[in-house]
Design a binder for this molecule. Sequence first.
Ligand code: ATP
Ligand code: MG
Length: 419
Amino acid sequence: MSKYNTLKGVADICPPDICRWQTIEDTVREVFTLYGFNEIRTPIIEYTELFTRSIGQSTDIVDKEMYTFTDRGGRSISLRPEGTASVVRCYVQNNLHTLPAPQRFYYTGAMFRYERPQKGRFRQFYQIGAEVFGSTSPKVDAELLSMINVLLKRLRINDTTLEINSIGCAECRPRFREEIVAFFSARQGHLCADCKVRLKNNPLRLLDCKNEHCVTIRGETPNILHYLCDNCNEHHQRLKDLLYALGISFVENPMIVRGLDYYTRTTFEVTTQRLGAQKAVIAGGRYDNLVHEFGGPNGMAAIGFAIGMERMAELIDAPGMRYQLPQQLYFAPIGKEAETISLLLCELLRIKGLSVLCGEGSLSLKRHLKASDRFNVSFVIIIGQEEIEKGEALWRRLSDGQQGVVGIAKVEDYLRLIQ
Ligand code: ATP
Ligand code: MG
């Protein structure tokens, strides 16, 4: 029985599961680089204000999910609940807008939200996100969605749905907001407790409440796409045209409003039927005013998304998953002198790029062979007193039991073995 355990809603990621994570991370780096994205790393702790101002006071995240504390200097600090606010802060603080536009960044890391833990929902969870700054063009939206599409293809995830929507802008959204308030006010008695509050503070969020009563009364809700102003409508139509041209399939879902205050125009989710209630694997959207609100230059429109790593890791097949990495050579020294020689040889071979393990000189040959088998190695190199005297090490290939000798100090001989 372990004396210490993780907190509720927080998980260790161990081998062999870690292979799924690494596969995703490696593929993300490859694909995002093809599209011109640079990595950015921001701190896990920020001033609380950064999140309350951007995500919005009356959102679930700020209202009830943030890990907030006062530090020893009396400042209110929060663990980041998401990545975008920090990336925008970093972008403005470091004058990254002076780089050639549009600027493209991605990040990976742990996020923290005090949620009710369940499958696919944790209190510490990991996201990989990407953000593009400096363009209002729907071409950027299309390219970002295409990048997601390529990533999913490379990870052989082929049963997800891309759902897109537009939530308009400061010009057209207020009218829609009024309609929503009128619609739900008339049905107030059927709303869940949270939605009664949302009706006052954040009515758009009523559209994506997961409570079953709220879901059933939503059938006839006004459709936001009918309320878009000309500019927002043109943006949305052009995005759809480009997605058709790129051969990217999608469905339009006017219920995708996203829970954060900073979104404008395009919003989207990549969903799956395979994860039960937690069906969004990727979520994102445009946030054309946030850079300016953070004190950056006017007109630096932006769009981004975040991948939920735990959920994506559930979706991928990782045939190479294993507890042990394959090692090319296992050195089996018998005795102290042989151990010293083996240790030196291992260092030399690692410099040459071989992955090698060195056993302990106190083990018997039998125990070495047992260990090498468990470590999944290709060759065992046996060095005992007799071998040292002859200047030859004995090798044994585990796949077929074949044996031979190499010059004990001849690095080329060892390299030749594994060719
Ligand atoms: P949900 O509706 O599932 O709560 P959200 O709208 O709060 O999602 P975002 O803030 O947009 O999610 O985060 C983007 C993605 O990060 C989500 O689509 C999901 O895959 C993942 N995610 C969000 N919250 C959690 C969590 N608590 N645990 C694990 N993954 C999460
Ligand atoms: Mg949430």
